[in-house]
Design a protein around this ligand. Structure first.
Ligand code: ATP
Ligand code: MG
Length: 386
């Protein structure tokens, strides 16, 4: 019978909290498997999935290996622990060319042969079946694993598929991620989910200055992100009124402060939404020096209105590195679709690189900040991503 073996990562380091971490991880694995029927069991620091429809094997493996906390996955043949059955399973998965070795682990000492004897005997059988192979004990291209368990069963497999690692989502608090349609913020969201954070997304749009496609693009990105966050809700904030007011009230000589003011509004609103949803941090896709608003002074002016931690997991990343991750996690192709972001429509010709806080605060006196924030939060459109 084909089974899926799941090994987990860092969480085994978590001493007293181990039960909690494991419970969340198991729950998360079950969440991604909710459309399949299967049996699930826990044995010796790993999990085994059995009795599923083999037609869905690839989908099941793909879903499991993307759960944070999963270190690796193997598809194994589970057989009775008797020599013939093990031999037959090993011959069936033996490589067709190259070098190999057989590696046996004998958890049950009741089995009448030692690990070495089993490896040697089955290695010989594999060679006899296919004389084109050769044995290499030190740097084999292929390994046939035989794992004799204590319950009278043996796993035979040849592949170890890497999982995404990280910590189970739901073990590291909750954050609200500012999700734009760009390349960076979905990666930032992914990175925090990878460390176990539960996430909610907030997106600012300026309909009709930004199109409905631009909003849909963000929801599409959120859908891809949900593969990693397991559950995801996106609050869509109508930012039109705030942008219009800033644009209209800002004296022309301070036009360069437009982005600074916008970003402080975004931070205030994201924080309110965070607080309303029991979240304790705001996450952004900013990276130091990437654009005018991401200088140290720019970040400082945004943080001037922050009353909770602002997490910027990409702060030290180059664009190349961010692009590489976005390709790997599957958001890149959607991120590069050409729809405009609300930050780009009222773009000043010369944004200030080093905004001065006393000027920012003076400019904000021209606006009814609290009322604008309240209105934006009150009219938020909450979309559960499915
Ligand atoms: P991204 O690729 O994530 O859009 P960026 O390099 O374009 O980032 P900015 O546009 O300055 O940089 O945005 C910086 C961060 O602010 C984004 O990573 C995101 O977290 C947040 N942000 C910007 N625009 C929006 C928006 N319309 N809705 C929600 N968050 C936004
Ligand atoms: Mg952007």
């Amino acid at each position: 019978m084909k089974v899926v073996i799941i090994r987990y990562s860092e969480i085994h380091l978590k001493g007293n909290n181990r039960d909690f971490f494991e419970r969340v991880l198991i729950n998360n694995i079950k969440t991604v498997l909710k459309d399949f029927t299967y049996d699930f069991s826990v044995s010796n620091a790993r999990y085994v999935v059995r009795n599923f429809d083999e037609l869905y094997l690839d989908q099941i493996v793909d879903a499991i290996k993307n759960v944070f906390g999963v270190y690796s996955v193997s598809v194994a043949e589970e057989v009775e622990s008797n020599f013939q059955a093990i031999q037959q399973a090993a011959l069936a998965i033996a490589p067709s060319f190259g070098t190999f070795k057989v590696q046996t682990n004998r958890a049950s000492k009741k089995f009448p042969m030692t690990s070495m004897q089993i490896s040697a005997q089955i290695g010989g059988d594999i060679l006899q079946q296919n004389p084109n192979l050769s044995v290499d004990l030190f740097h084999p291209e292929n390994i046939v694993y035989i794992d004799i368990r204590e319950n009278g069963k043996t796993f035979v497999y040849s592949q170890i598929i890497k999982g995404v690692n990280g910590m189970p989502v739901g073990t590291a608090g909750k954050g609200v991620c500012m999700l734009s349609g760009g390349i960076d913020s979905p990666v930032a969201l992914y990175m925090m989910a990878k460390r176990g954070m539960t996430l909610r997304a907030v997106h600012f749009h300026s309909y009709p200055y930004t199109s409905l496609q631009a909003k849909q693009k963000v929801l599409d990105l959120a859908k891809i992100c949900k593969k990693y966050t397991l559950h995801l809700t996106c609050d869509v904030v109508n930012f039109t009124e705030i942008q219009t007011q800033i644009h209209d009230k800002l004296p022309p000589e301070y036009e360069g402060y437009l982005i600074t003011l916008m970003r402080r509004f975004m931070m205030r609103i994201a924080q309110k939404i965070a607080r309303n949803n029991d979240a304790g941090a705001v996450v952004t896709g900013e990276s130091l020096g990437q654009v005018a608003s991401q200088t140290l002074e720019g970040l400082t002016s945004t943080d001037g209105v922050a009353t909770m931690p602002v997490l910027r997991p990409l702060i030290g990343f180059d664009k190349d590195e961010i692009v590489e991750i976005s390709k790997r996690i599957g958001t890149f192709e959607t991120s590069i679709l050409p729809y405009e972001d609300c930050c780009t429509i009222f773009l000043p010709k010369r944004p200030v690189i080093k905004p001065k806080l006393y000027i920012v605060e003076e400019l904000e006196r021209l606006l009814d900040v609290d009322a604008l924030v309240k209105q934006a939060v009150d009219t938020v459109e909450t979309i559960v991503i499915d």
